[in-house]
Ligand binder design. Structure first.
Ligand code: UDX
Length: 435
């Protein structure tokens, strides 16, 4: 099939490369000329395991092309996917201006003599597919188009794997020819029973509800971890016991510093705002966000208790800046809030991350020192805080941490380190939900 994908962010680029790999003819469109020039050379603007080799291969095979102009390929495409950003507006709702702009443009360029499926892949409020279709039809009343919702569930860091091995594919449309075309496109990716067809409204809600559920699961386990600490129970044991119940499942029950990234924080806020628009107060989701905001500052709270005289001149090594391992994404990363709080309290902060350093700098206070190797960040530190559980930190020997640092305090914000190893080295080890 001939596909045009608008937007070369995570969702657009990974989808484009994956559909090209499946044999489709793909054109990825983006307004950002520099990005398109880089992509033509096979250079990915994002760090994502396995993406660049597939990109290069499909450029070489002529299955994927890049363009700044939507019109050229749109009129000839079987399916056009909208995968542009939907950033958070000031009131927490999703800012849809990029989606509306694409809809306007499609109204100008879609042909009247050919059936085109337009797919919304961006995470958008309920009713957006309908709205996009009316914008297109207002511009061209004779257009033969069906606007559908096919939300994307990929995770950063495992985006390529998730695309080729999805748990399910949601196809939201009430138009039978569009449904058939989309089932045909997705068939190589999943078994028939994994393809769920719904109305566009339900598909849009499924995306928000899935992310809100996972975010709530994380805040839930963090709350249980905090109660565990107060009573001396151990969260690892508790989660093992709780997660063995198949109705609960052990996944997404890792206690830590809460969630960050480009999806959970924004989507939970957007769902709260959508509910409020209809006069419904989403109290559970509000608690999810409140717990998450407090949880990320736990390392600061622990250090304040350890240094009751204040953090002035206390040297703190912060390991990990990206919001999670395997990505260079700093969006809503806990490290930003933690470092700002520490610096405000007067601490001398030395941070390290295996891949994000230059991009992180503008988001952090100027007083923080960024280091390219772990030893430098740890040198003479009074305390170490692990914020992102990169393998490099998990594998770093406790004995080496001990010889680099002056102090003996380690705060493991992701319960990723071997507590006993650190205790053997004489450290005071603080995990989350592990007293
Ligand atoms: C998420 C969804 O998983 C994905 O389906 C959706 O399409 C986009 O949002 P992503 O943001 O890439 O993906 O990361 P994910 O691996 O889901 O982690 C999100 C956050 O939750 C991270 O900050 C992670 O550290 C945190 N997390 C995850 C926990 O704190 N505990 C857990 O048990 C799992």
């Amino acid at each position: 099939m001939k596909l045009t994908i608008v937007g070369t962010g995570y969702v657009g680029l990974v989808s484009g490369v994956s559909f090209a790999e499946l044999g489709n003819d793909v054109v990825c469109v983006d307004k950002d000329e520099r990005k398109i020039e880089q992509l033509k050379k096979g250079i990915s603007p994002i760090y994502e395991e396995g993406l660049e080799p597939l990109l290069e291969k499909n450029i070489h095979n002529g299955k994927i092309h890049f363009n700044t102009d939507l019109g050229e390929s749109a009129s000839d495409s079987d399916i056009i996917m909208i995968a542009v950003g939907t950033p958070q507006a000031d009131d927490g709702s999703a800012d849809l201006s990029f989606v509306w702009a694409v809809a306007e443009e499609l109204g100008d360029v879609l042909p009247s003599d050919k059936r085109t499926v337009v797919v919304n892949k961006s995470t958008v409020p309920i009713g957006t597919a309908e709205e996009v279709e009316s914008i297109i039809r207002e511009k061209n009343s004779r257009v033969d188009v069906a606007v559908c919702s096919v939300p994307e569930f990929l995770r950063e860091g495992s985006a390529v794997k998730d695309t080729f091995k999805p748990d399910r594919i949601i196809i939201g449309t009430n138009v039978s020819w569009a449904k058939e075309r989309l089932i045909q496109l997705h068939a190589p990716l999943a078994d028939a029973e994994q393809i769920i067809t719904t109305s566009p409204h339900s598909a849009e809600m499924i995306k928000y509800a899935s992310n809100a559920f996972l975010a709530t699961k994380i805040s839930f386990v963090n709350e249980i971890a905090n109660i565990c600490e107060a009573y001396g129970a151990n969260i690892d044991e508790v989660v093992q016991g709780v997660g063995a119940d198949r109705r609960i499942s052990p996944h997404f029950l890792n206690a830590g510093l809460g969630y960050g990234g480009s999806c959970f924080p924004k989507d939970v806020q957007a769902l709260i705002a959508l509910a409020k628009d209809k006069d419904y107060e989403a109290n559970l989701l509000r608690s999810t966000t409140t717990i998450n905001a407090t949880q990320r500052l736990k390392p600061v709270e622990i250090l304040r208790q350890r240094f009751p005289e204040g953090l002035g001149d206390v040297k703190v090594a912060v390991l990990g800046l990206a919001f999670k391992p395997g990505t260079d994404d700093m969006r809503y990363a806990p490290s930003i809030d933690i470092i700002h709080e520490l610096v405000k309290a007067g601490a001398d902060v030395h941070a390290h991350d295996p891949i994000v350093l230059d991009d992180a700098a503008p988001l952090l206070p100027r007083a923080v020192s960024l280091h390219e190797n772990i030893e430098q960040a740890l040198a003479d530190a009074d305390a170490m805080v692990l914020v992102t559980e990169w393998d490099a930190y998990k594998q770093y020997p406790a004995a080496d941490v001990s010889s680099a640092m002056t102090g003996k305090i380690v705060v493991d914000g992701r319960n990723a380190l071997d507590a006993n190893m650190f205790k053997e080295q004489g450290f005071d080890y603080y995990g989350i939900g592990r007293r």
